[in-house]
Design a protein around this ligand. Structure first.
Ligand SMILES: [Ca+2]
Ligand SMILES: [Ca+2]
Length: 159
């Protein structure tokens, strides 16, 4: 029995250290967060307005916000992982027209607008990654915040 325990110990230590290195996503509510490069992302299976979606991320997890995107690789990963579906992102110019900010407070160090966007058509203030562009490019469009769409939440993975 003791010999069996000794054999198992290195395996357990190995598993524990692997878990620590990967970083982990929230397990509360049993939601299917997808991990990428130190962050976790959750795609809503239902549609709602951007105005409702923004606080909804904070309800799902206290540190989560609508997703911010900071480089082309991250944008491509989101597009591929969530199968080019339409989704709200955190980028918006609700507070001041033309001044886009992320709801998570991170810097706007990367944007990936589609051609001729953002156009503020009928006072659009909320960014989404649309699926209607063929072929889908993952480029963004500003849209009315009252439109109902799926949305993407993001939170830092636990180290
Ligand atoms: Ca606008
Ligand atoms: Ca637009």
């Amino acid at each position: 029995m003791q010999a069996f325990g000794l054999m198992l110990a290195p395996v357990l230590i190995c598993l524990l250290s692997l878990g620590g290195a990967e970083g982990s996503c929230p397990t509360e509510l049993g939601l299917d967060w997808k991990e990428n490069d130190g962050f976790c992302y959750w795609y809503s299976p239902f549609k709602t307005s951007w105005t409702q979606a923004s606080p909804a991320c904070g309800v799902i997890h206290p540190n989560a916000s609508l997703a911010s995107v900071h480089n082309l690789l991250e944008n491509a990963w989101i597009m591929e992982t969530f199968q080019q579906m339409d989704m709200w992102l955190g980028l918006n110019d609700v507070a001041e027209e033309g001044q886009f900010v992320w709801t998570d407070g991170s810097p706007v160090d990367f944007t990936y607008w589609a051609a001729e966007q953002p156009d503020n058509y009928h006072d659009q203030d909320c960014a989404h990654m649309p699926d209607e562009v063929e072929p889908a490019t993952g480029q963004w469009d500003d849209e009315l915040c009252s439109e109902e769409r799926n949305f993407l939440c993001k939170v830092a993975a636990t180290p």
